[in-house]
Design a protein around this ligand. Structure first.
Ligand code: UDP
Ligand code: MG
Length: 340
């Protein structure tokens, strides 16, 4: 009898330079840990390079591989969601395609899960090699700020690299939101979650798919998804302004009594400009929440699958999808064509 079946889920966007090495190292790690009862679920997130043909070729040769092609680039968190939806293991390892998170840690993470009877073993970065000082500083600052304003204990310095039990994954998949900050959603789910320290390696090849613009959008999703504190900013600023205006009133009253009232235009403009800026900022904050509310209200599927490749894997995934369709509303599967 084999051990628990393991699914390794990997979102890939323009990762042609990493795929071969990724497949080799992940396979070695999985074999060394669970023998042959594993599957590797690769999700192609609308890559513009040779990632998808390479995935198809790999899936053709390796019966353990399931390759999912999304209809376009849906973004890291949604690509990951697609893989998580379609994987079938009792335990699930989430890992990046660029080998920054070493697959060789799998046996230790499995052992930690067994020993501590945990549902989630999340990897915490002790060190991050090959990343700019700017990225490290902003990431560190961001995670600390986030943990201050949220009620959920979102672990500091942890990415999506983690091992999860099936019940934790099912709980995660029950959360329907579009704006997905998966590391936070996993924390929200609860159960027993334990950290696992590791040193983050450099990218195997290629460059980061998270430019500053995407990082900022991701950070906003995190904040708005897990905290309504920014919405209270207006009332806080308002209270301070009330106090300030009382002082200003006193000042004006004194000026009126002593007859030294009329003064220049500068102070007036200053107040107008500052108040205008504060109002715009607060309106913008409200807009961020309103926009997300609007997007959620449309209830669109999270992603669209265009095809699934992989011999046994493809059929298994297909069965899984069919089951999903039969039992509940499926998350946007348009056409499934296993290559067999
Ligand atoms: N990724 C993705 N879709 C995207 C951007 C990234 O599937 O739109 C994948 C990417 O291929 C990688 C993972 O998400 O496997 C993390 O991306 P990356 O390593 O570039 O981010 P970083 O480690 O620099 O934060
Ligand atoms: Mg990376």
């Amino acid at each position: 009898m084999n051990g628990p079946t393991l699914s390794i889920v990997i979102p890939c966007f323009n990762e042609e330079a990493c795929l071969g090495e990724l497949h080799r190292r992940v396979t070695a790690a999985a074999r060394g840990t669970v023998g042959s009862s594993y599957e590797i679920v690769l999700v192609n997130d609308g890559s513009r390079d040779r990632t998808w043909p390479m995935m198809q070729a790999l899936a053709h040769d390796d019966p353990h591989l399931v390759a999912i092609n999304l209809s376009r680039n849906h973004g890291h968190q949604l690509a990951l969601t697609a893989g998580l939806d379609l994987c079938s293991g009792d335990r699930i390892l989430i890992i990046d395609a660029d080998l920054q998170d070493p697959p060789e840690l799998l046996p230790e993470m499995m052992a930690t899960m067994d020993r501590q009877e945990a549902d989630v073993v999340y990897a915490v970065r002790r060190q991050r090699a090959g990343e700019t000082a700017f990225k490290k500083a902003t990431a560190s600052l961001f995670y600390r700020a986030l943990s201050r304003i949220t009620d959920v204990e979102i672990p500091v310095d942890a990415g999506d690299f983690r091992l999860m039990s099936r019940r934790a994954l099912d709980a995660l998949l029950a959360l329907p939101e579009q704006a997905r900050f998966i590391r936070g959603m996993v924390a929200w789910v609860g159960f027993r979650q334990v950290p696992f320290l590791y040193d983050r390696a450099e990218r195997h090849a290629g460059e980061t798919k998270y430019p500053l613009r995407k990082m900022l959008a991701f950070a906003l999703d995190a904040v708005t998804g897990f905290s309504t504190a920014p919405l209270r900013i207006a009332s806080h600023i308002g209270l301070w302004l009330v106090a300030a205006s009382v002082l200003l009133l006193l000042y004006i009253a004194v000026g009126f009594v002593t007859g030294s009232a009329i003064q220049g235009w500068t102070s007036l403009m200053l107040v107008v400009v500052v108040l205008g800026a504060v109002q715009m900022f607060v309106l913008g904050m409200i807009g961020e929440y309103l926009g997300r509310l609007f997007i959620e209200a449309k209830r669109r599927p999270l992603y669209i699958v265009s095809e699934i490749a992989g011999e046994a894997g493809g059929r298994r995934a297909l069965g899984h999808v069919a089951e999903t369709i039969a039992t509940k509303e499926t998350p946007g599967v348009s056409e499934i064509r296993p290559i067999a």
